[in-house]
Design a protein around this ligand. Structure first.
Ligand code: FAD
Ligand code: MLT
Ligand code: ZN
Length: 508
């Protein structure tokens, strides 16, 4: 058993571009069945079929190169990251400005053409790809940084900026983005806002409902809604930005964002711990809130099967022997001597009383990066098993891990792996059932049971990934009929023809 504390040289290296990872993954994964065939009960709405007249309009507006119609080129935009959903759109539009988005949506609304907004296409619930032949509206060319106020830390930028690029830009100004996730190399800030993404440091920096100060969005009829406040406090009327934060492209297309960015921490320290039981994880979490206090920036849990998905499938090396559970604890502070000493004192006491069996502590960027890869790349590692049934639940902490054992019994040998990991500091578990290939029988063993279980414990059936396409019929397990009816009324009012991301978010 050992704790190793090294001198920090510079900030943590940014993880390898996820886009490269996605390309690698795509090469060996078979294409998923078309969504319309896998889910035959979902019927295409009465939308227009795209024709030459429509395409000519888009080409006049955007030019030939920003209207993609080639089947092969469209494939990546039709297929989601975890290879669970596939549409068959033959039209991908790539606007470069809010005015172009407005003109597209106005035309689509008038011509009853359905639209699927898409950012980095890293969403995990099937919301970012068409179900049938919806037009894909990609924000990837709307990627300008507009301004940064270094005093207030407020960044304004277009929706298509890739999260990792924003991080790199802010790094030069000694600031960071308030969110960080494994998909940072591909996901876009507009997608993050539209999913209200959580990530690895929500417990320290809060969620996007708080850190997004303002946004610009285009509604279904092409109207541009300017809510681009850069103020921290603004209680004038309804907070309309919240209609778009987390509504997954069903109420409008987010085109610009202003966001509060925290200062870059001068000191970053990280511990990777091995533990014998989940109860001990909870003990560590409770204690680290008190003993690390204001410097705690992340508290993540990983079980043995999740870690094995990265060590076995991606050949990553763990610095620890095998344990049933692991934790990643990170601190962000302003005085390395103070933080290092505080973390070491905390870890020593955990070792002395036997709460933790083994661990490493480091502030060396390459070592911290290696540990973060073990955590962040679990999603990718699991895909190598075949097909992944993915669940993202908020549960009371005492029940955080209980479903993993229950699910192992339910699916038995049908699964290659049943694993649990996630943001224990936020009460958000990621339960994954990996199988060789999609199987409706396995699906029926998991759903709706998993949602009934979560509902009985008053948890949430989607903590951070959203509802997308795959969870719409389960919304009632987390929301009352009255709440769902109000959501439907808001949708009807803002998008009466239902052209924005149909078949997603709300139950049909
Ligand atoms: P997309 O996948 O393109 O779209 C997501 C949804 O938002 C879709 O419904 C889409 O229609 C809509 N949308 C996209 N852009 C816009 C826009 N400009 N206006 C309106 N609607 C829009 N999520 C977390 O919360 N926490 C994590 O820790 C996390 N880690 C991940 C790790 C990996 C390896 C992967 C693959 C995914 C992870 N995710 C995580 C899920 C995903 O990355 C997030 O949901 C992310 O915010 C999606 O951003 P995107 O740009 O890829 O959006
Ligand atoms: C994570 O925390 O790693 C993400 O939410 C992705 C996942 O659930 O696999
Ligand atoms: Zn997560």
């Amino acid at each position: 058993m050992y704790f190793l504390v090294m001198k920090m040289r510079s900030s943590r290296n940014i993880l390898p571009l996820l886009s490269t990872m996605i390309q690698r993954t795509c090469k060996f994964s078979a294409l998923p069945e078309l969504t319309k065939d896998r889910y035959p009960n979902v019927k295409r709405g009465n939308y227009s079929q795209i024709d030459t007249k429509h395409l000519n309009f888009f080409k006049d507006l955007l030019g030939e190169t920003r209207v993609i119609t080639d089947e092969n080129e469209c494939l990546g935009y039709n297929t989601d990251w975890i290879k669970a959903n596939r549409g068959y759109s033959r039209c991908v539009l790539k606007p470069k400005s809010t005015d172009e988005v407005a003109a597209i949506l106005k035309f689509c609304n008038e011509n009853l053409l359905a639209v699927c907004p898409q950012g980095g296409n890293t969403g995990l619930v099937g919301g970012s790809v068409p179900v049938f032949d919806e037009i894909v509206l990609s924000t990837s060319l709307m990627n300008r940084i507009i301004s940064l106020d270094e005093t207030s830390g407020v960044l304004t930028c277009e929706a298509g900026c890739i999260l990792e690029n924003l991080e790199k830009y802010l790094d030069e100004h000694r600031l960071i983005m308030p969110l960080d996730l494994g998909a940072k190399g591909s996901c876009q800030i507009g997608g993050n806002v539209s999913t209200n993404a959580g990530g690895l440091r929500l417990l320290r920096y809060g969620n996007l409902q708080g850190t997004v100060l303002g946004l610009e969005a285009v509604t279904a009829n092409g109207q541009i809604l300017d809510c681009m406040s850069t103020l921290k406090k603004d209680n004038t009327g309804f907070h309309l930005k919240h209609l778009f934060i987390g509504s997954e492209g069903s109420l409008g297309l987010v085109t610009k964002v202003s966001i509060q960015c925290p200062p870059k921490p001068k000191a970053v320290n990280l511990a990777f711990l091995g533990l014998e039981s989940f109860d001990k994880i909870l003990m560590v979490f409770k204690r680290c809130k008190h003993e690390l206090g204001e410097i705690l920036s992340s508290c993540e849990a990983i079980d043995a099967d999740s870690l094995a998905a990265t060590t076995d499938n991606l050949n990553l090396k763990s610095p620890l022997e095998k344990f049933p559970f692991y934790m990643v604890i990170e601190t962000h502070g302003s005085d390395n001597g103070h933080d290092e000493e505080k973390l070491n004192r905390f870890l020593s006491s955990l070792m002395e009383d036997g709460t933790v069996e083994d661990g490493i502590a480091t502030n060396e960027p390459s070592k911290m990066n290696a540990v973060w890869q073990l955590r962040e790349r679990i999603t990718e590692g699991l895909i190598h098993d075949g097909y992944v049934f993915k669940y993202d639940l908020s549960l009371p902490l005492e029940n955080f891990y209980s479903l993993v054992g229950i699910m192992k019994e339910r699916v038995g040998k049908d699964a290659v792996r049943v694993s649990g990991y996630g943001h224990v500091g936020d009460g958000n578990v990621h339960l994954n059932v990996a199988v060789k290939e999609f199987s409706a029988d396995v699906l029926n063993k998991i759903e709706p049971f998993i949602y009934e279980y979560t509902s009985k414990l008053r948890g949430s059936i989607s903590a951070e990934h959203g509802i997308g396409f795959r969870k719409t019929k389960y919304m009632h397990y987390s929301k009352s009929k009255e709440a769902i009816d109000l959501m439907k009324s808001i949708k009807k009012m803002m998008d009466p023809k239902g052209i924005l991301n149909p078949y997603k978010v709300l139950p049909q």
